[in-house]
Design a protein around this ligand. Structure first.
Ligand code: GLY
Length: 368
């Protein structure tokens, strides 16, 4: 018999939906995840950086949330490793490099970070101390030794496998109706759930629209390529102020990212790859002696306030989306927070963040 009734139905099986599912399972409830697994997801094009400091220039609840989330990822990686899933957690630091003409923004970010993290160090005219002396054409950077990263694809796969005991529905949601709980209609079936979590990245706005809730979401395209270089043996992540980065992975692989565009085309463009090559050739020419083995793209889920929505927007209707560039970094803490918002609202984590990521702050308009 096909099960069509669940306590909780999670719409979206990317890293945020999977993490929420992993946390909710401890409640012993019936859960389903719906995802058609055919559209371009942000998780699979992610560099996997846990760059809490790297992405921010001023203090905010999101920055505090990111720092706490970064901290949680180490223990989470250990927890998954104990369960038999290695996600290649590494903490070899990140060198944030001023791109040509962008010294000012790097210095501004350093002033902010240095006021709170004494470990952040300004590096002037001695970039040859990093990347085995292979960095070229750049002279100013900031060293963030506590920065870490994971393999985003292995991480997503680990959670998918650990969540195999819940029901996976491979289908596309057409609409959701409130009806003593919720009815979720897909192309082939209607499912019932007491509680819904919309964690569908850039598609979340479309799903909420069918419930009369306005959340303007859009995807910001990012393209990455992977290079195999068998002798470079670089450990630290290099990240430029213009968004170009090189993230060393296991097996002598390097993920090079990332373009930023509003192009909605679901393919890797020649211009995108050319930009990644040009930036890499300028910063770390030796890496271009390796072989390009992969390229992919994804859409970062964004909204006008450029911050996540993690909220109960109506009774039993929850939303977790808008993680933009920080989905991997924020995945563990978002899963933990959503679990508390749903089942333990007085928990310190829920009390601390429940008012900071609300939907109503983004759009006051709830259509009647
Ligand atoms: N987190 C890096 C990016 O979105 O490109």
């Amino acid at each position: 018999m096909v099960v069509t009734k669940f306590d909780v139905l999670i719409i979206g099986g990317g890293i945020i939906g999977q993490s929420i599912c992993y946390h909710l399972k401890q409640e012993g409830i019936s859960i389903a995840i719906i995802d058609d697994f055919s559209r371009c997801r942000a998780t699979h094009a992610a560099g996997g950086m846990l760059g809490a400091q790297n992405e921010f220039y001023s203090d905010s609840p999101l920055f505090q949330f990111s720092m706490e989330g970064q901290h949680m990822m180490k223990d989470f990686a250990d927890e998954l490793a104990h369960l038999g899933y290695v996600i290649d957690y590494q903490q070899h630091g990140l060198l944030k490099i001023a791109s040509h003409g962008e010294h000012e923004s790097l210095l501004q970010q350093y002033d902010f970070l240095n006021a709170q993290f004494k470990t952040t160090e300004l590096v002037k005219n001695r970039l040859d101390e990093f990347a085995h002396g292979y960095i070229r054409n750049h002279d100013l950077a900031m060293w963030i030794p506590t920065d870490g990263q994971v393999n985003a694809v292995k991480y997503h796969q680990a959670l998918m496998t650990l969540n195999e005991d819940v029901t996976f529905i491979h289908d596309r949601v057409i609409d959701v109706k409130a009806n003593d709980g919720f009815n979720v209609r897909t192309s082939s079936q209607t499912y019932e759930a007491q509680q819904i979590v919309v964690a569908a990245g850039m598609y979340s706005g479309d799903i909420l629209k069918s419930l009369g809730i306005h959340l303007e979401m859009h995807g910001v395209k990012g393209e990455v390529m992977t290079i195999h270089h068998h002798t470079l043996d670089m450990k630290e992540t290099l990240f430029q102020t213009n968004g170009h980065y090189i993230v060393p992975k296991s097996d002598d692989l390097y993920v090079i990212g990332a373009t930023t565009s509003m192009n909605g085309d679901n393919t890797v463009s020649e211009e995108g790859i050319d930009w990644l090559k040009e930036m890499t050739l300028d910063l770390l020419p030796e890496l271009m002696n390796g072989e390009i083995v992969d390229s992919r793209c994804g859409f970062r889920p964004d909204n006008p306030l450029q911050r996540p929505v993690i909220d109960e927007v109506r009774d039993n209707l929850f939303v977790a989306t808008g993680h933009y560039r920080n989905g991997i970094l924020l995945s563990k803490i978002t899963g933990a927070l959503m679990h508390k918002l749903m089942f333990d609202k007085q928990h310190p984590l829920a009390m601390k963040y429940k008012d900071h990521f609300k939907l109503e702050d983004i759009h006051e308009t709830i259509l009647k």
